[in-house]
Design a protein around this ligand. Structure first.
Ligand code: OFO
Length: 165
């Protein structure tokens, strides 16, 4: 049986992953409406990936004899100034997700739930990738500045980038 505190923390994480998916969906839609089709593709895939993170948690909670809670979601921010604001918002959001995952890992140790601790290692590794990717994209945007040719190539390249890679 899943420890109640651990279950509550995992259910809060399910909500966080669902909000990530919803948030990146709003960003993808904004990018598509700006004609930034490569960025939109990348963000649509990123949104799908977050849904997969949520699903993985739901299934784990249920498999361990707990009850996964499916959350209601608020309307996410849907208007952005530019790509820099999109990706800095995304990085700030991922930093919060990392902090939340670290809290769960700490809780698992204090509750001696080594099974969930082991399961959460996948998320720990995933957050390293997600933060590095967002930082890398922001660095590229910084190099491009206001150069529209650079932006064209950036958008095209991002469309081919796998957020999972
Ligand atoms: Fe699920 O990693 Fe981002 O939020």
């Amino acid at each position: 049986m899943l420890d109640e505190q651990v279950q509550n923390a995992l259910n809060a994480q399910i909500e966080m992953e669902a909000r990530s998916s919803h948030f990146y969906l709003a960003m993808a839609s904004w990018a598509e409406n700006q004609g930034l089709n490569g960025t939109a593709e990348f963000l649509y895939r990123h949104s799908d990936e977050e849904r997969m993170h949520m699903l993985k948690l739901i299934r784990f909670v249920n498999e361990r004899g707990g009850q996964a809670a499916i959350p209601a979601l608020d309307t996410p921010q849907s208007d952005f100034d530019d790509l820099h604001s999109i990706f800095s918002t995304l990085l700030a959001h991922e930093n919060k997700v990392t902090a939340s995952i670290n809290e769960i890992v700490g809780l698992c140790l204090s509750r001696r739930d080594y099974t969930t601790h082991n399961f959460m290692q996948w998320y720990v590794a995933e957050q390293i990738e997600e933060e590095a990717l967002a930082r890398n994209i922001l660095d590229k945007l910084g190099l491009i500045g206001k150069d529209s040719g650079g932006l064209y190539h950036f958008d095209r390249d991002l469309g081919q980038l796998d957020p999972e890679a």
